[in-house]
Each structure stands twice: as structure tokens, then as C-alpha cells.
Design a protein around this ligand. Structure first.
Ligand SMILES: [Zn+2]
Length: 213
């Protein structure tokens, strides 16, 4: 549908982008990518999610900055800025039901030519990441990588629906949510009774993660 036979479009194919040229000529591009196009992201979406194929919008911008090169001369160092916004359904680790997680990525990359150069660059400098560019760079793959890195350590509701109910009854939030999830299946619950320390173990395990956010 959007074929431009005469003049090349702003971005030919985000799977095969000439990243060096993109940066050197200060180009910009934007698009939409769906979770169904990102197999590793799709793995994170529970089967019972209301919508497994949510969309992310992305914007990319290439720039260069004069920097001292290896040969001692000043040359244009290519950079890429990438922003991604959207949401995906994840499974809440507290109540085990799906919830919608927002993603807002804004990353800057220093584009280098070889894998060896990524190691030369001091890692803790600013917020800049280092990527190896290419003439057929897969921008969609980078978007997926960045989304995977943005996954919460412990995906969960801010307030689980179950926890909310249990607060009314005065029970401890996390434990009540776990129990309620167990109520669905009888055998699991009796199993729980045979192992009275299981809940305690789980509580201990949950604690550090729970306090992180
Ligand atoms: Zn929850």
C-alpha cells in the first residue's frame, strides 16, 4: 500500500536499516510494532490475556557528534535515539491474573562498527548504551530487546483485585491473594495444609521483590 517507487521513503525496511547512513544524515523514522511481531515478547504474554496482540509506537532518530577517533582526528560519531511507548499484558506474580503493563523506553545508543569496540567504551558513562551498527540493522529486533530489558523484575498489579477484597476482611494482602488463587483447585489447597511452611517460604521469597518498587 505504501510503496514509493520513485523516491525512497524515510525508512525502507526497519528490519534492514542502514544504521550508519541513518545516523550520518540525521534521519528520523517512526512506526508501530505489534506484540505478534515480537516472538520473545509474546512469550511473556499469558494465554488468557484479554488482548495478546497490543501495539507499541516507536520513534527513531539518527545523529552524529564530533568525537576523537582512534587515529587521533576528530570525526562524526554516529548515535541513535530510540523511544518506545505502549503496553502489554503480563501475568501478575501476586494474584496470577493478567494485567496491563505500560512500557516507556527512551534510549540513546552509541553506534560502533565492531564487537571489539563495544568493550573499549566505558560502560558506566552516562546513560548511553553501545550497539554494533550495520548496513542492514534490524531495528525491530532492537525494539524487542529494549522491551524485554524493560520488563519488570516482578510483574504485578499495583493493587491486585483480590488483595483489595482481602483488605476489607482484614487479612494480610499477599497471603490472602495466594490463598484465594489456591481456592480454585481443591487438591492444591489440601497440599498447602500438609506443608504449613510453604506459605511462609513463599512470603520470605516474595519480600525482597515486593519492596523493590
Ligand atoms: Zn495481581
Amino acid at each position: 500500500m505504501t510503496q514509493h517507487p520513485g523516491k525512497p521513503a524515510g525508512l525502507s525496511d526497519p528490519h534492514e536499516l542502514d544504521l550508519f547512513e541513518f545516523a550520518r544524515s540525521g534521519r528520523q523514522a517512526a512506526g508501530v510494532v505489534r506484540v505478534s511481531q515480537l516472538p520473545r515478547m509474546l512469550n511473556e504474554v499469558p494465554a488468557e490475556a484479554p488482548d495478546r496482540d497490543t501495539a507499541f509506537t516507536w520513534q527513531a532518530e539518527g545523529t552524529t557528534q564530533p568525537e576523537l577517533q582512534d587515529d587521533g582526528t576528530e570525526g562524526p560519531q554516529p548515535y541513535l535515539r530510540l523511544a518506545i511507548h505502549g503496553a502489554a499484558w503480563l501475568e501478575c506474580q501476586r494474584c496470577l491474573t493478567p494485567y496491563s503493563q505500560a512500557f516507556n523506553v527512551d534510549a540513546t545508543y552509541r553506534i560502533v562498527s565492531t564487537e571489539a569496540e563495544t568493550e573499549e567504551f566505558p560502560l558506566d558513562e552516562d546513560e548511553v548504551e553501545v550497539i554494533v551498527g550495520s548496513r542492514q540493522f534490524d531495528l525491530i529486533d532492537l525494539i524487542e530487546e529494549e522491551l524485554l530489558l524493560s520488563l519488570p523484575l516482578v510483574p504485578k498489579h499495583e493493587v491486585c483485585p483480590e488483595v483489595h477484597e482481602s483488605l476489607v476482611s482484614g487479612a494480610d494482602g499477599d497471603e490472602a491473594a495466594q490463598d484465594e488463587a489456591g481456592d480454585a483447585s481443591g487438591p492444591e489447597q489440601s497440599n498447602e495444609r500438609r506443608h504449613p511452611f510453604a506459605a511462609l517460604e513463599r512470603l520470605k521469597r516474595d519480600e525482597p521483590g515486593g519492596k523493590k518498587r
